[in-house]
Design a protein. Structure first.
Ligand code: ATP
Ligand code: MG
Length: 276
């Protein structure tokens, strides 16, 4: 699942790590791939990502196996992270001259043999080669939309890119999920934006929206997701609910469809039993 929106600060990273933690805590095996040189997802998961740590840069540029850079996330069983270091900032340019520059991540994931139920890829706020690698590697796209004015501006460009990648490189790719983030129910603006997004996208929009929550924004400074930092907070509960919607809807991963379906069925059971 590719978490993408080229607009900055809309909640891509927050959504990636909190959905991943929610899914893992309910029994799924989940890998987060941090594809943003800022390394925010790695920070939020408490993963070491200083310059000399083996990272997704090595995978993309030096064809290092993904298994050599993946680290387990402390405190959350079944959750793993391929970290991003600052090196990744150069990858956008270094990739240009490499063979199969758009499909290097796809190849790395295909060669990764550990069993997984979900892979979530956190994209940078741009539509360059890193994001294209994510779109080529992914089965589906999740777009977080911040409930603010301008929310839909620029989205056309992302959708056009999804269409281009589908047309040329990844025929199965589609936008499966829209998640409204930083929703403030007290403002008319937030509900207007939410309504507009629901009118525009329809069934792809999750029923659950994520409220603006101080606990959500505090969690990364402790190297944690809000799911472990404050499990009873409204932010944690809404991410768990959003994850539940995704799990129950029947998401499959195209790399190992057989495994994904079996894993998913088990996981559906644990999600529906585990959350009331
Ligand atoms: P970038 O484009 O820079 O990668 P992003 O789209 O990944 O940004 P985040 O980093 O997830 O966005 O979120 C931007 C900021 O908003 C962060 O400081 C984050 O802690 C905060 N934030 C995200 N979601 C919420 C929320 N529901 N409530 C309060 N703060 C939030
Ligand atoms: Mg981010």
């Amino acid at each position: 699942m590719v978490v993408a929106n080229q607009k900055g600060g809309v909640g891509k990273t927050t959504t990636t790590v909190n959905l991943a933690a929610s899914l893992a805590l309910h029994g799924a095996r989940v890998l987060v791939i941090d594809l943003d040189p800022q390394g925010n997802a790695s920070t939020a998961l408490g993963i070491d990502h200083h310059a000399s740590v083996p990272s997704i840069y090595d995978v993309l540029v030096d064809s290092r196996p993904l298994s050599e850079v993946v680290q387990p996330v402390m405190d959350v069983e079944g959750l793993f992270c391929a970290p991003a270091t600052i090196d990744l900032a150069g990858a956008e340019i270094e990739l240009v001259s490499l063979v199969a520059r758009e499909s290097r991540l796809q190849r790395a994931i295909q060669a990764y043999e550990q069993p997984l139920d979900y892979i979530l890829i956190d994209c940078p706020p741009s539509l360059g080669l890193l994001s294209v690698n994510a779109l080529v590697a992914g089965a589906e796209v999740l777009i977080p939309i911040q409930c603010e004015y301008y929310a839909l501006e620029g989205l056309g460009q992302l959708l056009k890119n999804v269409d281009l990648v589908r047309g040329h490189l990844n025929p199965a790719l589609h936008v499966s999920t829209i998640l409204l983030t930083m929703y403030d129910g007290r403002t008319r603006l937030a509900s207007q934006v939410a309504e507009e997004v629901r009118t525009h996208f329809g069934k792809e929009v999750l029923r659950t929206s994520i409220p603006r929550s101080v606990r959500i924004s505090e969690a990364p400074s402790y190297g944690q997701t809000v799911i472990t930092y404050d499990p009873g907070s409204s932010g944690a509960l809404s991410y768990i609910e959003a994850a539940r919607e995704i799990a129950l809807r029947g998401v499959t991963v195209n790399y190992d469809a057989q495994h994904a379906r079996v894993g998913h069925q088990n996981h559906q059971r644990s999600m529906s039993e585990g959350i009331q």
